[in-house]
Design a binder for this molecule. Sequence first.
Ligand code: TIU
Length: 234
Amino acid sequence: MLNSGQASIATVVAEPEPVELDWTATALVIIDMQRDFMEPGGFGETLGNDVLRLATAVQPIANLLGMAREMGMLVVHTREGHLPDLSDAPPAKVERGAPSLRIGDPGPMGRILIRGEPGHDIIADLYPLDSEVVIDKPGKGAFYATELSDVLQKYGIENLLVCGVTTEVCVNTTVREANDRGYRCVVISDGCASYFPEFHDMGLKMIKAQGGIFGWVTDSAAILKAVNAETAIV
Ligand code: TIU
């Protein structure tokens, strides 16, 4: 179990280079693992996507979530969605493209991308505990118009283990926002997924290029290995 008064430092094998993390200053951030993106009948499918492509991310995230809960690491879940009156949904977002159903329209999992509807909820396999932080966000990035900065500051967080969906949209936007705010972002390659495999690959490459211009990329096994190695020493 982590003790917030005492650093717990480990080196994680990552690209473009290993990264040293103090687990007591690290949070697991799980982006938008919602039914609206993961299951048929939700927002992702209305945009014309094959939502089953995202399933690969679930088990790696579940493994990290189990680890974080065991260690007492801060866990932050995010959800993209809008208020029922759409007052936080810009027309530029709602009116865009030609989806089969628009944001706010009734669908098989309730109104598309609306807070409180079944489709907006996090999938059962990764369901938050009452003790975990859930950030509701109207945009793609988890910092825009949310309390995330305040929460991370309150817990003394400096490093983020970032996973979720989709790699090139909400994961990348959040990592870029976090990087500008001074956080070390370590993105979990197998804990992210995209409707477009090539965008997943490029989304990760963009993060780790140029000496880690936005952060580091590793996989869930490397995180678990670093945690276990460190626990063994202690
Ligand atoms: N469409 C798509 O790839 N993603 C989103 O709209 N939101 C998130 O990535 N969560």
